[in-house]
Design a protein around this ligand. Structure first.
Ligand code: NAD
Length: 356
């Protein structure tokens, strides 16, 4: 790390970072709270076999910052936070989740957790035994369950808006679309795309996920990971992990649109946002179009109504078109345009809150 922890917190604007360790269950977790101007920091818990604590910390800092913008641009009264657990997925246990739940509880509602990569509704059930500050709990416990279908639906909306902007109408029929990562979100997204008549290609590092997706959608074609950027495609949908848009991949990318679920797709916002524009590729900002899951779990904090959630997720379509217009008008890249809108809402509400 070139910067100290506090230098990173300052440059990225974080409020609080909590390190959690429990030798009995083997829990090593980091909870990063980025900004609570709009409300409590809500963001999922990612479980990943990070190589070291620095890698985990950087992921937590980057992801929690994205949550602040995601909540703000989605009109939610929530701040941004995210947690990471350094573990192999096989290491999951009741004790690990419940100990982690106690750490979440110790923050008294300043941070509310949910699912993310390698964490599922049933894991939230264990967390819920120790704290009320958890969302995405199973339906049979009165929760909203897996947020992924709503995330996928929002990505689909953002992709259709991007298609309208690029080709003049929003039909995906006949479009060649690569979905990278067919996990929780990717699988649902593939379903929407196939239904609309798109030519779908998939890639994943997990063979079982590929098989599962092809069984449900026999028309989809598998592409090996190392060949994806050689593929002749119209739309690239990153739905695995972040930072897949870098100088090398953008140099090779043949798509006209990038619209996917992964968080932090741009390796460096300031470099790769403009680079995509120069190459004539429309980028649908990740935190804008992957907000469906957050919109869904946030509804759990009020009286949950799935139809209302669906309607709110559909708003991603028009919001995307507005961001594309702002980007064009102000000659800024799309991620910067989305951040401008999110930051303005945070500043406006901070000013409202500052007065009686
Ligand atoms: P997931 O773990 O269920 O799926 C991710 C998939 O990507 C897995 O099948 C995995 O094998 C695959 N993968 C990992 N590395 C890969 C690589 N290098 N190449 C190809 N495939 C690879 O996760 P998910 O819940 O589907 O989330 C996918 C992405 O969307 C993540 O970045 C997540 O942060 C983001 N996201 C998810 C939600 C949600 O509601 N689940 C909400 C917002 C954002």
């Amino acid at each position: 790390m070139n910067q100290s922890l506090f230098e990173m917190m300052q440059s990225m604007g974080h409020e609080q970072v909590v390190f959690c360790h429990d030798p009995h269950s083997g829990l090593n977790a980091i909870i990063a709270i980025h900004n609570t101007t709009l409300g409590p920091a809500l963001g999922g818990t990612r479980l990943w076999p990070y190589l070291n604590s620095e890698e985990a910390l950087i992921d937590a800092l980057r992801l929690s910052r994205g949550m602040t913008f995601k909540a703000a641009i989605s009109g939610l009264n929530l701040g941004g936070g995210k947690a990471v657990i350094m573990a192999d997925p096989n290491q999951k246990s009741e004790a690990l989740w419940r100990r982690y739940g106690k750490f979440v509880d110790s923050l008294n509602g300043k941070y509310i957790t949910a699912e993310d990569v390698n964490t599922a509704a049933r894991d939230m059930e264990f967390i819920a035994m120790q704290t009320e500050h958890v969302t995405g709990v199973p339906e049979y416990m009165g929760g909203s369950g897996d947020p992924s279908p709503f995330t996928a639906y929002g990505v689909y909306m953002g992709m259709k808006a991007s298609t309208k902007k690029t080709w003049g109408n929003d039909s995906l029929s006949g479009k060649k679309i690569l979905v990278q990562g067919v996990g929780h979100v990717g699988q649902y997204l593939v379903g929407h795309l196939v239904k609309e008549g798109a030519k779908v290609f998939i890639t994943d590092i997990n063979e079982a996920k590929i098989k599962q997706t092809q069984q449900a959608n026999p028309s989809v074609e598998y592409v090996a990971g190392e060949k994806i950027f050689d593929l002749d495609m119209d739309i690239y949908a990153p739905c695995a992990l972040g930072a897949t848009l870098n100088t090398e991949s953008i140099g090779k990318l043949k798509a006209k649109v990038v619209a996917g679920a992964a968080n932090n797709q741009l390796a460096d916002e300031d470099v790769h946002g403009p680079m995509l524009i120069e190459k004539g590729i429309l980028y649908a900002p990740d935190f804008l179009i992957n907000a469906g899951g957050l919109i869904n779990v946030a509804a759990e904090l009020e009286t949950y109504n799935a139809d209302r959630v669906k309607g709110n997720v559909e708003k991603i379509y028009n919001r995307s078109l507005e961001i594309f217009e702002l980007s064009e008008r102000e000659k800024i890249h799309t991620q910067a345009a989305a951040m401008r809108i999110a930051e303005k809402r945070i500043a406006d509400i901070a000013a409202v809150n500052a007065r009686l």
